[in-house]
Design a protein around this ligand. Structure first.
Ligand code: HSE
Length: 411
């Protein structure tokens, strides 16, 4: 029997306890060892549970108990999760986590400590909730040169965008419904501003390219500025709008990483991923395109991934697993504005839309003019041909009108 501890008894932590207790026999058979929850760390009281006696408020009880070999950190946030995780790894305990913020920020440091101490730091649940994606990238796709990862990495924003596209509701209405259904947090900033998706694409990029990607310097746009007009123009163009995390290697061996809402052709693999589902599309030189799809959030889907990591740690108590990436300075990343894109541009004309169209054709060559119900006389929306984003944006300044919005088209 191997003793474990769970730090945090929120949505994910309570799910981890539930799955470990409910599937104890299965887990024992697969881990080749029983798994005993010895402690649960939480400052709150949880009377009346079948395992209420396991709660402690003192982290040192877990840290100083040599019988605890594996700890699930499901507290979330950077502090004190970082200090606790570091201390546990240094004490020779393996740690598993769903904490994307901590992995994205401090992953290289924590992985290095795990390596030095010959223990494991596993975080399958940090990206895509219950979707197996990190292990497949590192193990099953190990033969590939992975040159691109694209994903719908946040369930809350995908639910909001799906509602806006399919029901024509406003962003505010869709967000209120997401909160009512319990998908979005009371303070949904990290979801709707793209920070959560940013942390996840940084982890994916680090594993795919083997180098740390600092989430604090990634160009991140959320979905708060998307309007019904945008979704209607997208529909006209045969597209939906999705919040996309993307990491792509460039020809000079660098890489750009971005998070922004993009128009996605209905023929693209990611276009059909709706509601709170997540999907990750990985492009490798040998395998081609591979897509991972499933529930990216929620109590039991996330617990599924955390408990699988616990099983892995228990099976490999004295062996190191495969996860690691090199710590590098930020110059590994290149300016995303150098990337070639097509853009949907919505313009309020100074005088008439025909003059904007004529000027746009002069600047860009062939453009595709879009339409929508109730389009104002002085508005025009069009799709540009491919060009470097930087040059597209500077050309747009020359139009005889005010650019209301721009949306990139995902390729
Ligand atoms: N708030 C996140 C989401 C949860 O909506 O996807 C998982 O990170």
């Amino acid at each position: 029997m191997v003793d474990i501890a769970i730090m945090g008894h929120g949505v994910v932590g309570s799910g981890v306890a539930e799955v470990v207790l409910k599937n104890a026999d299965l887990i024992e058979a697969r881990a080749k060892n029983g798994v005993n929850i010895k402690y649960i760390l939480d400052l709150r009281e949880f009377p009346g549970l079948s395992y209420s006696e396991k709660f402690t408020k003192d982290f040192n009880v877990i840290l100083n108990d040599p019988e605890v070999r594996v700890v699930a950190e499901v507290m979330g946030g950077l502090h004190p999760a970082y200090e606790f995780t570091k201390a546990l790894l240094e004490a020779g305990k393996s740690v598993v986590t769903s904490n994307k913020e901590l992995v994205a920020e401090k992953g290289s440091e924590l992985l290095k400590i795990a390596e030095e101490k010959n223990v494991n730091y596993l975080f399958e649940a940090s990206v895509g909730g219950g979707i197996p994606v990190l292990r497949p990238i590192v193990q099953c796709l190990a033969a590939n040169d992975i040159f691109e990862v694209q994903g719908i990495l946040n369930g809350t924003t995908n639910y909001i965008m799906t509602q806006m596209v399919t029901k024509g509701v406003s962003f505010e209405e869709a967000l209120a419904e997401a909160q009512r259904l319990g998908y979005a947090e009371k303070d949904p900033t990290a979801d709707i501003e793209g920070h959560d998706a940013c942390r996840k694409i940084c982890i994916l990029a680090a594993l795919a390219f083997g180098k740390h990607v600092n989430p604090n310097i990634i160009h991140t746009e959320g979905i708060t500025k998307i309007t019904s007009a945008d979704t209607q123009y997208a529909d006209f163009a045969g597209c939906v709008i999705k919040l996309i995390g993307r990491a792509k290697r460039t020809e000079d061996g660098k890489c750009f990483v971005t998070v922004y809402p993009a128009m996605v052709s209905r023929k693209h693999q990611l276009a059909q991923v709706d509601d709170v589902f997540n999907a990750v599309l990985v492009r490798g030189d040998a395998v081609g395109d591979v897509m991972f799809y499933g529930r990216g959030a929620g109590k039991l889907p996330t617990a599924s991934a955390v408990v699988a990591d616990i099983v892995d740690c228990v099976k490999h108590l004295d062996a190191r697993k495969y996860l690691s990436w090199e710590h590098v300075e930020d110059d590994f990343l290149t300016d995303y504005r150098e990337a070639t894109v097509k853009m949907c541009v919505r313009v309020k004309a100074n005088e008439c839309r025909e003059s904007v169209k004529a000027e746009a054709e002069k600047l860009f060559g062939e453009i595709l003019v879009l339409g929508r119900n109730g389009e104002p006389q002085d508005e025009i929306a069009f799709i540009t041909p491919y060009a470097a984003e930087k040059s597209l944006l500077s050309q747009l300044e020359k139009l005889p009108g005010t650019v209301i919005s721009t949306l990139r088209i995902l390729d």
